[in-house]
Design a binder for this molecule. Structure first.
Ligand SMILES: [Mn+2]
Length: 239
């Protein structure tokens, strides 16, 4: 049940730390998309304690897990594969708490790019840590900018909610990732794969709305209506 006039969408912030700087940030396109589809974006910080996270999630009608760093492979029982893997354990911990709080409150969750990976790992799945060195494929999953265009297609699973929404089997997606789902989390269903068979969209049939997509619908919803429909469905579930 929505708490206010418009659904408040908590956005997991991106996080960066090096010798000189420590900051949270988000690409504006996430906020623009949430606003366009009728929500109020609320940026959720990293490194707060459980009480703070609970206080913030209590304000939210839905949670959006955004793109960014790689997931620490320790979370799925592996060590770091190579130098391409850039982790931010502080962010992983914050999002683990966010997911637990969201599940306890039965809040809708949409995971985008890193977000689908975080969702999959949190619920017991695994990842390819580095597609170029771990998977033979002709599909370009790390396309060059601009990302406001489709780079490869996604073949939807008939019967999945995304297939029902899109009303067709093949949709266009952008692609800016070097990691991807390997083993899908137990209980989750596959909604779509790229031409090489890589899983690009999952959902939890046990939840009201718990979806993850490997692409960035916030950057192509105005040119690919399947991506617009993902945001429409998510915001609708948050009402
Ligand atoms: Mn891809």
């Amino acid at each position: 049940m929505m708490k206010n006039g418009k659904p408040i969408i908590g956005l997991a912030s991106s996080y960066e730390k090096d010798e000189k700087n420590e900051r949270i940030f988000l690409p504006q396109s996430y906020l623009d998309a949430v606003r366009h589809f009728g929500g109020v974006p609320l940026i959720l910080p990293v490194k707060g304690d459980l009480a703070e996270a609970a206080a913030l999630v209590d304000l939210c009608d839905g949670i959006l897990l955004t793109g960014g760093n790689d997931i620490d492979p320790a979370l799925f029982g592996e060590t770091v594969w190579n130098d391409s893997v850039e982790i931010a354990p502080e962010r992983d911990s914050s999002e683990t708490v966010l997911l637990e709080l969201a599940m306890a409150r039965k809040l809708p969750v949409l995971g985008i790019c890193r977000g689908i990976q975080m969702m999959n790992v949190h619920f017991g799945g695994t990842l390819y840590q580095d597609i170029p060195t771990q998977l033979e494929t002709d599909v370009r999953h790390r396309m060059e900018e601009p990302w406001h265009r489709c780079g490869h297609s996604c073949i939807l699973e008939p019967g999945s909610p995304l297939y029902e929404l899109a009303g067709r089997t093949v949709i266009g997606v952008n692609s800016h990732h070097h990691q991807a789902i390997k083993d899908v989390a137990p209980g989750f269903g596959i909604m779509g794969r790229s031409e090489d068979g890589l899983v690009e969209a999952i959902w939890d049939p046990r939840a009201e709305f718990c979806w993850g997509v490997q692409w960035h619908p916030e950057k192509i919803w105005d040119i690919e209506d399947a991506s617009a429909k993902i945001f429409e469905a998510f915001l609708e579930a948050c009402k």
